[in-house]
Write a protein that binds this ligand. Structure first.
Ligand SMILES: CC(C)(COP(=O)(O)OP(=O)(O)OC[C@H]1O[C@@H](n2cnc3c(N)ncnc32)[C@H](O)[C@@H]1OP(=O)(O)O)[C@@H](O)C(=O)NCCC(=O)NCCS
Length: 187
């Protein structure tokens, strides 16, 4: 079972005790705006989603794995980070992240994504990590750039999404760039 720890968070598999919190923040239209799911995201959908996650082997190519962000002080689920090792690529991964609105602007996203980067580069030995965001999703851009990601390209109206064309801004970070930023963490 994959568990990561930061100063303020446990990153751990989602469990059925998270159903209500997971459904609640995914049902927030502000949180879902640039994400693949619609609102409301019901508790039934949350149960099914969490149940499907339990069979995912961390690092299995082509399988997204969601890790819950649990606040150490309260045990509450405040968001999640997700990653997949990209199938048929050589040592490349893609990430995503979501935080419940009351926990924005407190650095939890930065803390969780940093721990995920350590895991991907140091444990899974990934060479390159990518992320894509809507061009208007400025909090996500800021978070990725604070981590060290580089803006690599804008794909214009490349995605049919929620009944309209959307563009994708792609970001990437290489293993050597991450290790240059965090020399003390290199194994
Ligand atoms: C993307 C998302 C996770 C970013 O959340 P966030 O709260 O802005 O990010 P962080 O938790 O890292 O917090 C960073 C902010 O807190 C501030 N902050 C406060 N205390 C901090 C600390 N101890 N450490 C770092 N930053 C801190 C930073 O200055 C920063 O503010 P700024 O963006 O105005 O410069 C959030 O907007 C979200 O869940 N959006 C909906 C889902 C989504 O669209 N996901 C992205 C898909 S690509």
């Amino acid at each position: 079972m994959l568990r990561l720890e930061t100063n303020r968070l446990f990153l751990r598999p989602l469990s059925q005790k998270d159903v209500s919190a997971f459904s609640e923040y995914r049902s927030d239209p502000d949180i879902a705006r640039y994400q693949g799911w619609g609102t409301p995201f019901t508790e039934e959908q949350a149960k099914i989603f969490i149940d499907q996650m339990k069979d995912v082997v961390p690092g299995e190519a082509g399988q997204w794995l969601q890790l819950g962000m649990e606040l150490k002080t309260t045990g509450i689920l405040i968001g999640d980070v997700a990653f997949q090792v990209i199938k048929d690529s050589h040592r490349q991964a893609e990430i995503g992240m979501t935080l419940s609105r009351p926990y924005h602007k407190l650095g939890y996203g930065f803390e969780a994504v940093s721990a995920l980067m350590d895991y991907l580069f140091n444990d899974l030995k990934v060479h390159r990590v990518i992320a894509n965001c809507d061009p208007d999703n400025h909090p996500a851009h800021r978070l990725l750039e604070r981590i060290g990601f580089r803006r690599e390209g804008l794909f214009v109206e490349s995605l049919w999404y929620k009944g309209d064309w959307a563009s994708e801004l792609w970001f990437a970070l290489l293993e050597r760039e991450w290790k240059e930023l965090h020399p003390s963490q290199v194994e």
